[in-house]
Design a protein. Structure first.
Length: 220
């Protein structure tokens, strides 16, 4: 059985935002919604990043450290598509679901906007509640023909572009990564791109102590 996951090489990421832009367009995302955000990372404190990024603690335009020993890295952040998603546990309507292939998604028809999943998720900022009718930058619909539905009163998050995956394609963020910093595939298949990227590499799993089993590996 397939178990999808992603690896992101933070040594390769140049902060170009191409992944975020590709995601925004492919999913026809409203103005206030972003499934994928690239933060500026200025230190080595990985363990607190699951909450710090959402509070702006690592989102700034300056290098860290003291000249000439400065540090500057970029951190793409999105839903971690956990093995044991806390969001699914606390959802009262079954709107948050995990597929057999490991992709976690939200059924907007079942979501009542209670925000329980947002509160239960240890990765702050990766889920957003559409509190009002979505507004768009363009007057025309863009992106994939089967992009997610966006509606008032529903929670949204990265879906690993499950509509593209179901068609045998890769997530949109993968397709436009200029630095080839992202790797995708079946974590249980040793021949997949993601498995080969992780093999022999040091990596970090966000908020691993929370017991969620995140499936986005940050290669160091």
């Amino acid at each position: 059985m397939t178990r999808y996951g992603m690896a992101i090489d933070v040594r390769r990421c140049v902060g170009c935002q191409a992944c975020a832009a590709a995601c925004k367009v492919a999913n026809n995302l409203p103005k206030t919604i972003s499934y994928n955000v690239v933060y500026t990372k200025t230190d080595e404190n990985w363990d607190e990043l699951g909450t710090a990024v959402a509070r702006g603690a690592v989102a700034n335009d300056n290098a860290g450290g003291t000249f000439p020993d400065c540090t500057l890295n970029f951190l793409p952040m999105q839903c971690q598509h956990c093995e044991n998603p806390k969001c699914e546990e606390v959802c009262p309507t079954g709107a948050t679901q995990k597929r057999e292939d490991g992709i976690v998604w939200v059924d907007s028809e079942l979501c009542i906007g209670c925000a329980s999943c947002i509160k239960g998720c240890p990765y702050e900022g990766v889920r957003t509640l559409n509190e009002s009718e979505p507004e768009y930058y363009l007057d025309v619909v863009v992106g994939e023909f089967d992009a997610p539905v966006h509606k008032a009163g529903a929670v949204e998050k990265c879906t690993f572009c499950k509509n593209l995956v179901d068609r045998g394609e890769e997530p949109a963020c993968m397709q436009l990564c200029l630095a080839r910093a992202r790797f995708w595939g079946d974590l249980d298949d040793p021949s997949s791109d993601v498995s080969k990227a992780i093999e022999g590499r040091e990596y970090h799993l966000m908020q691993e102590a929370a017991g969620t089993g995140p499936k986005v590996y940050y290669l160091l």
